[in-house]
Ligand binder design. Structure first.
Ligand SMILES: [Zn+2]
Length: 328
């Protein structure tokens, strides 16, 4: 019988949890509200209860679960396990997250692992996703910001003390838009879904015309999805903005290839719904800027795991850690 783990993806809005087998197949999953406003104790209780709900939904006893993996946003400092730099879940800052969850679950001897959510998603890609079988890859999740995960030599690269792989914060424009991290001109201020909307509104304000621009001027609220839809139905302004997003992300990918010689850069998140229009622009720009020997054989792909990548990766990485602990 194969091993199973519970993977948990802690987000600012929801907590997703599922029981995943050792082939990366989700056997059952649930989602509950994080209840950020209720504070730290409630979040910890909810994380533990998500794990329990997922387990019970699949009808598994604790002895049938080998490990639990938790992916959380922000920086998880190593080896202390203290949560740092977490704009969406500020109440978790400065304290450990894993031990309180373990105490709440009260499962003796369970192997538990905590890591950054994008690191977990990157692990999922290398384990069973578009990067299956690859030893090195970089992942960028395109959402409100840009999350980053790195797999080097088959393992998560978290850096010297956990602050590594913040790929959304490498700088494209030294005097660019101010970023939440304190710097200016970070990739996430140009290539994220939030950035697409901001750039659209700037373009509209500068007087450029298009069907969606007209609707925005009349007061319609415009999201990244609307811009994508408009681009696909022939709105040139929107199409240009998405292709420009592709250029920015292509520079991001080229930097990964040139610095790390990763085999693959994977993009995930809602923006990948733009499909070929975005992907072609990323690929073209990356090719222009990558040293040919680093580009040779390298791939740029969109994730196919969707919203489940975080929990699959958390479960898979927890199983890997449990195996490693057993050997030691
Ligand atoms: Zn930044």
């Amino acid at each position: 019988v194969g091993k199973r783990a519970i993977g948990i993806d802690l987000g600012g809005t929801d907590i997703k949890a599922g029981v995943v087998d050792d082939q990366g197949k989700i056997l059952c999953k649930i989602s509950i509200p994080t209840q950020v406003a209720e504070g730290r104790t409630a979040i910890i209780r909810n994380v533990a209860s998500a794990a329990n709900l997922a387990r019970r939904k699949g009808g598994f006893a604790w002895r049938q679960i080998s490990a639990i993996g938790l992916g959380a946003p922000g920086v998880v400092e190593y080896p202390s396990g203290i949560v740092r730099h977490n704009p969406n879940l500020q109440c978790l800052l400065g304290q450990e997250l894993l031990q309180p969850v373990m105490d709440e679950l009260d499962v003796v001897g369970m192997s538990m692992t905590l890591d950054n959510d994008a690191n977990m998603a990157a692990y999922a890609e290398a384990w069973i996703g578009v990067g299956k079988g690859r030893d090195t890859l970089a992942l960028m999740t395109l959402g409100t910001g840009i999350g980053g995960g790195l797999i080097l030599n088959g393992d998560i690269w978290r850096g010297a003390w956990g602050a590594g792989a913040e790929l959304g914060h490498h700088v494209l424009f030294p005097d660019g838009v101010k970023c939440g991290c304190g710097s200016h001109g970070c990739l996430e201020m140009y290539g994220s879904a939030t950035a697409l909307v901001r750039r659209f509104l700037e373009t509209v304000a500068s007087g450029k015309r298009s069907p969606l621009a007209t609707r925005a001027r009349k007061g319609a609220e415009v999201g990244a999805r609307d811009i994508d839809k408009a681009a696909k139905s022939g709105d040139k302004l929107c199409r240009n903005l998405i292709e420009e997003t592709g250029r920015f992300l292509g520079i991001g990918a080229a930097n990964m290839f040139n610095i790390l010689n990763v085999e693959m850069v994977v993009f995930a998140g809602g923006m990948t719904a733009s499909g070929k229009m975005l992907l072609d622009a990323i690929r073209a720009e990356a090719k222009k800027r990558t040293i040919p020997v680093a580009m040779k054989g390298a791939k740029i792909l969109f994730s196919k795991l969707g919203n489940d990548a975080g929990l699959i990766g958390a479960a898979g990485y927890a199983l890997k850690q449990a195996r490693a602990r057993k050997r030691n």
